[in-house]
Design a binder for this molecule. Structure first.
Ligand SMILES: NC(=O)c1ccc[n+]([C@@H]2O[C@H](COP(=O)([O-])OP(=O)(O)OC[C@H]3O[C@@H](n4cnc5c(N)ncnc54)[C@H](OP(=O)(O)O)[C@@H]3O)[C@@H](O)[C@H]2O)c1
Length: 329
């Protein structure tokens, strides 16, 4: 297979590129002049300089490829609405348009479980209604996903949508990274809220597995798949496993939601005034405090997806990477 990967310089995309190359596929990576190519340096890949907002260069980028893995996006809760929509929605439209003329076999789109919003305590599947909430990031991902499915419905473009849960693993420098560095520095002191809400995670190689399986299955055309761990875990369970891996005591204190929200407000205000990025935002607190429980039966049945890396194992591998590369002691 000849594949184009957008977002191939990022956290998840670079792992996908690694895996495709290791399996002998021909890989073209879409990157920008300013992209950090650290993870591509020793790989035999074709580099094409483009941008999701540069329609002409995208035409060239999709020429003669069988599969487009579209992971390129702004993944940030603190970016102006216009900018994030321009890349995540208009950029997706631009590459879909380019694909219409390119005769590709499959367009695998990276969405997120965030388009379904918080759940109850029982896992929900792909039929749950869209509910992206107030975050511009999830709203943009929701619009992008709808657009991808529209190109399937109206233009017969062979698409598959993957909705990963919260992804962690080597090369990840946000989300779980903050929790892991806090634990490594002895600062895993309190759990946000009661800790009985469900969180859904997935180790990066399992997400890659989901992408690769989806690209090769005829049944996956026009379909959406949630890719996550076998079962969600509570925030309390997550902290217990982290403490176990770091051989420390799990935190006993719980930070009240209102206190966390107030801190987020202060961080946001400070960031607005200084132009920086808040350590966390009201939206990220909302995300961490609510239930996110997802059912992966459809991916297992249609794709043969298997959640292979347990949270404990994934955490150990991730910590090893941070240690080996000097990010934590
Ligand atoms: N991480 C998660 O927990 C998670 C969960 C669910 C879904 N996702 C989705 O997974 C995908 C990859 O996310 P990630 O976590 O790997 O994020 P990431 O590390 O920030 O990677 C984002 C990638 O998008 C590229 N990109 C951004 N703007 C672009 C533009 N205008 N033109 C071309 N490329 C552009 C970046 O290229 P540069 O190197 O040039 O900046 C980078 O390669 C995204 O679609 C995200 O929404 C992530």
């Amino acid at each position: 297979m000849k594949a184009l990967v957008t977002g191939g310089t990022g956290f998840i995309g670079s792992h996908l590129v690694d895996s495709l190359v290791s399996k002998g596929h021909e890989v073209r990576v879409l990157l920008r002049k300013k992209s950090n190519t650290k993870y591509l340096e020793n790989l035999d890949v074709e580099k094409v300089y483009s941008d999701l907002n540069d329609k002409n260069s995208l035409k060239k980028a999709v020429e003669n490829v069988d599969v487009v893995f579209h992971l390129g996006a702004i993944f940030n809760y603190w970016v102006p609405r216009d900018l994030i929509f321009d890349v995540n929605v208009n950029g997706t439209k631009n590459i879909l348009d380019a694909c219409l003329d390119a005769n590709i076999d499959r367009f695998v789109h990276c969405s997120t479980i965030g388009v379904m919003g918080p759940t109850g305590t029982s896992p929900v599947n792909e039929t749950a209604p869209y509910n992206p909430g107030g975050s511009t990031y999830t709203q943009s991902k929701c619009e992008a996903e709808k657009l991808v499915l529209k190109y399937y419905a109206e233009q017969k473009l062979p698409v598959t949508v993957i909705r990963p849960a919260v992804v962690y693993g080597p090369r990840c420098f946000y989300g779980m990274y903050d929790g892991i560095t806090a634990a490594a520095n002895g600062k895993l002191s309190a759990i946000l809220g009661p800790g009985d809400n469900y969180v859904s995670l997935v180790y990066v190689s399992d997400v890659v597995q989901g992408f690769e399986l989806a690209a090769g299955k005829e049944k996956a055309v026009g379909e959406i798949y949630i890719i996550a761990d076998e079962r969600p875990q509570t925030l309390n369970e997550l902290f217990i496993t982290m403490a176990k891996v770091f051989e420390i005591n799990p935190p006993k204190r719980h930070v009240p939601v209102q206190v966390a929200k107030f801190m987020a407000f202060i961080y946001e205000m400070k960031a607005s005034l200084t132009g920086g990025t808040p350590m966390f935002t009201g939206h990220s607190i909302d995300f961490m405090m609510t239930n996110h429980a997802y059912d992966i039966s459809k991916a297992k049945l249609d794709l043969g997806y298997e959640s292979k890396i347990s949270f404990e194992e994934g955490l150990k591998r991730t910590i090893d990477f941070y240690r080996e590369n000097g990010y934590i002691r």
